[in-house]
Design a protein around this ligand. Structure first.
Ligand code: GUN
Ligand code: ZN
Length: 439
């Protein structure tokens, strides 16, 4: 068993859903045995060591190992529009974002952006992402090509719209179908890549586009679906006017067979009771993007209503409506915003909930719960090592914390990309900053 290795570190993971039981596992001197990228055993280091006495040990003590983070909503074309603060959604799209998205018609521009974007994901400890793509097929070819080489688990797709954006970003239902189908054939299932059928939102998608999406979902095995839903009050009113036959916003997707276990809807800040019941029955997931919801002033996410209705929720950074690539920051902001929610509607969040939302919940959203999301044996070793620089507030907190829960809370409060020392997907290193190459 030559390629068997042991990782020794403090570690946290949630091998289950803390919203339905207490399942945070904390190991202060933990061990993970990994062979060919698969976890063979996870437990106290002494026990794992006893089971595999001859295996070489990667001693990562001083840091904390977490499962690789999962971002269920992040826009590839929007890296350079981060920081466009102070506008509501529709103005932000018009003035800040769509002009930049039009620049991706240039292939070299799109390739450079893909490199920077995927590098930023890995640098923040994100190993799996459902990525909102570009409106241009050429940009998506570049993106998938770079993503394939990155080693990350990426689901993405051509973004489809045929109205109300700007003419350069519009397609037709026929071209939407043909180009998406060609990209599915080229990239879906290639290594760690998956395809996601992606109308931008019903506001910018005619019934013809949504019908084409339905046909793609029907035809292609195992593809994901993603879009935006119930984000902003003005957006919801405009959708109501455009689809007079629809019961609500969700129904505009549902009519075309786009609400299923394969679907991830971003935001859903203003759902009706009917929409939540339907989502629970369909088993689709909501990507909660609290930094974006704050930055665009979109509203307070009704997490408790989602939980009570049985709608699965995971986290998304929503770069660039959000404020960056850190899922730790999203977790913290989710907790903050629940505290600002009226008590009768509030869901109280603990660090265990935040870790679950940033890892296993995202894996479940993408149907990857048997593959990644925690450190249970049989899963792939997708992991992130957090080890702060000596003397930083996080380092001080970690050295002096009197219980592991404080350390996990400290990670969500204080950690950033500078603390990410190594990132693995299926046992392969996908990020290791040069200055820390000895880690
Ligand atoms: N709705 C349609 N497009 C977008 C987008 O790019 N960002 C966000 N936050 N919402 C959207
Ligand atoms: Zn978005």
């Amino acid at each position: 068993m030559t390629d068997l290795v042991l990782y020794r570190s403090a570690l946290f993971h949630t091998p289950g859903n803390p919203f339905t039981g207490d399942v945070l596992q904390t190991l202060t001197d933990g061990g993970v045995a990994v062979q060919a990228g698969r976890i063979l055993a996870t437990g106290d280091f002494a026990e794992v060591r006893a089971a595999y006495p001859a295996a070489p040990v990667h001693d990562l003590r001083g840091g904390v190992l977490l499962p690789g983070l999962v971002d269920t909503h992040v826009h590839y074309p929007q890296l350079r529009v981060l920081g466009g603060l102070g506008m509501p959604l529709l103005e932000w799209l018009d003035r800040n974002t769509l002009p930049e998205e039009a620049r991706l018609s240039d292939r070299p521009y799109a390739r450079e952006l893909a490199r920077d974007f995927l590098g930023a994901l890995a640098a923040h400890g994100t190993t799996t992402a459902l990525v909102f793509g570009s409106h241009y097929r050429s940009a998506m070819e570049e993106f998938f090509d770079v993503a394939g080489h990155s080693g990350l688990r990426i689901a993405s797709g051509l973004v489809l719209s045929d109205r109300l954006l700007r003419p350069e970003l519009h397609t037709t239902p026929e071209a939407a179908f043909e180009e998406s189908r060609a990209l599915i054939r080229q990239f879906h299932g290639r290594g760690r890549l998956r395809y996601a059928v992606t109308p931008r939102f019903s506001l910018s998608a005619s019934e013809g586009i949504l019908e084409a999406c339905g046909a793609l979902m029907h035809e292609a095995e195992g593809v994901h679906f993603t879009s935006h839903l119930n984000e902003n009050v003005a957006e919801i009113e405009a959708v109501r006017d455009l689809f007079p036959w629809a019961q609500d916003y969700l129904d505009t997707y549902d009519r075309y067979g786009l609400v299923s276990r394969a679907s991830v809807f971003a935001h859903n800040i203003h759902p009706s009771g009917r929409e939540l019941s339907r989502m629970a029955a369909a088993g689709c997931t909501v990507s909660h993007c609290p930094c974006s919801n704050s930055a665009l002033g979109s509203g307070l996410f009704p997490l408790r209503r989602h939980l009570e209705a049985g709608v699965p929720v995971a986290l998304g950074t929503d770069v660039g409506g959000g404020t960056g690539f850190s899922l730790f920051k999203e977790g913290l902001q989710a907790l903050f915003m629940q505290q600002l929610t009226p008590p009768e509607q509030r869901a109280a969040l603990t660090p265990a909930h935040l870790l679950y939302l940033a890892t296993l919940a995202g894996a479940q959203a993408l149907g990857l719960q048997d593959e990644v999301g925690d450190f249970r044996p049989g899963k792939a070793f997708d992991a992130v090592l957090i080890r702060p620089q000596a003397g930083t507030p996080l380092d001080i907190l970690m050295r002096h914390a009197d219980n592991p829960g404080r350390v996990l809370a400290g990670l969500f409060t204080l950690s950033g990309a500078a603390d990410v020392r190594q990132v693995w997907v299926e046992g392969e290193t996908v990020h290791q900053p040069r200055e820390h190459a000895d880690a």
